[in-house]
Design a binder for this molecule. Sequence first.
Ligand code: ATP
Ligand code: MG
Length: 390
Amino acid sequence: MTAAVAHDSKSTRDPAAGAGGAPDVRIADVTKRFGSVIAVDRMTLEIASGAFYSLLGPSGCGKTTTLRMIAGFEQPTEGEIFLAGQPVAGVPAYRRNVNTVFQHYALFPHMDVAQNVGYGLRQRGTTKAEEARRVGEALELVRLSGYDQRRTWELSGGQQQRVALARALINHPTVLLLDEPLGALDLKLRKEMQLELKALQREVGITFVYVTHDQEEALTMSDVIVVMNHGRILQMGGPTDLYERPVSRFVADFIGVSNPIAGRLVEVAGGGLGVVETDRGMRLRGRVTDTTASPGVGDAVIVAIRPERLSVEPAAAANTPDGAIVRVAGTINQGTYLGDQTEFRVATELAGELIVRRQNAAGAGSGSGVGPGDPVMVSWHEEANLILVG
Ligand SMILES: Nc1ncnc2c1ncn2[C@@H]1O[C@H](COP(=O)(O)OP(=O)(O)OP(=O)(O)O)[C@@H](O)[C@H]1O
Ligand SMILES: [Mg+2]
């Protein structure tokens, strides 16, 4: 299947534009089967030069298999892969201008840091002086200057992963493939490394293809996120696009949290607007997000609403309604203080339970006036209603 690139207002470059020629990687209608398992299912994808791409999807959806085919460790069952415009069927992994960083660092234990980083250069017969210079540069890039003589087992997990990165970057590959490289690190270090990796990618300008099943990680780092499930691409685009305009319930649920409300499309207006009658008989106006396979009148759809777009207030304090504001009465089932936010679960007529997230203002405390059992009014602007094909 083919997915169009939607552009993100946040990204600094146009990821589809490439470097005035062929994309760095082109996957053309590729299927990979292992016996009866279809790991990758008719995937078509172009990866433009110099951008940070993430392949995001649940376990088993085919992310690693896709990377391994680009790297040359696996061959497609059908279809073709091109690197810099050239078909690479039959080209062995070591002859592709692509390097891979894995979750487990796979450093050589009998070599020190400098020897690990310089490994690829020695294989190519680079002079000692040139090797020393480039190893120094690569270690500086990953902020490990001065660690040359260290043994790899003396390093922390984050440091080991930096050595693996330096080793992978030293040959200036066209594309760097990263398969959950931060998966073994604790949360705090992982967050630091995410920002560092992104900065590093900007600095070296090498195309990164980053595999993760962590949506937050993909949102933090990527210019383009490719959402996969069952070996297929469901949607691709910049982080804002995917969060604000998911085209399916899977993407809306996988990237962030959403309140899905089932119903039927009863009216299609111009400008991507529609009216949905929910299964419980309420009418909601909203935006149809999938402009390629738009649902028609009578089709079953989902109205998805992000929890942070909903407000909750005591029923007695309800304001004068405005035409574009949706209001639903409910009762608080639960309020959970999350530090920066409070999450409320509200029983309403519209849905069994609506999840509402409220940013906690300074000094506001955890409850902010409403608690379990209280009658409340949940309200939101109808712009927050995303109409998705179920
Ligand atoms: N060498 C293999 N032999 C048989 N089946 C395989 C092989 N490699 C992968 N598969 C199967 O192909 C599918 C895709 O696997 P893949 O490793 O690409 O998933 P993934 O998206 O990387 O998952 P995870 O997030 O768990 O790493 C899975 O069903 C997996 O069991
Ligand atoms: Mg994997």
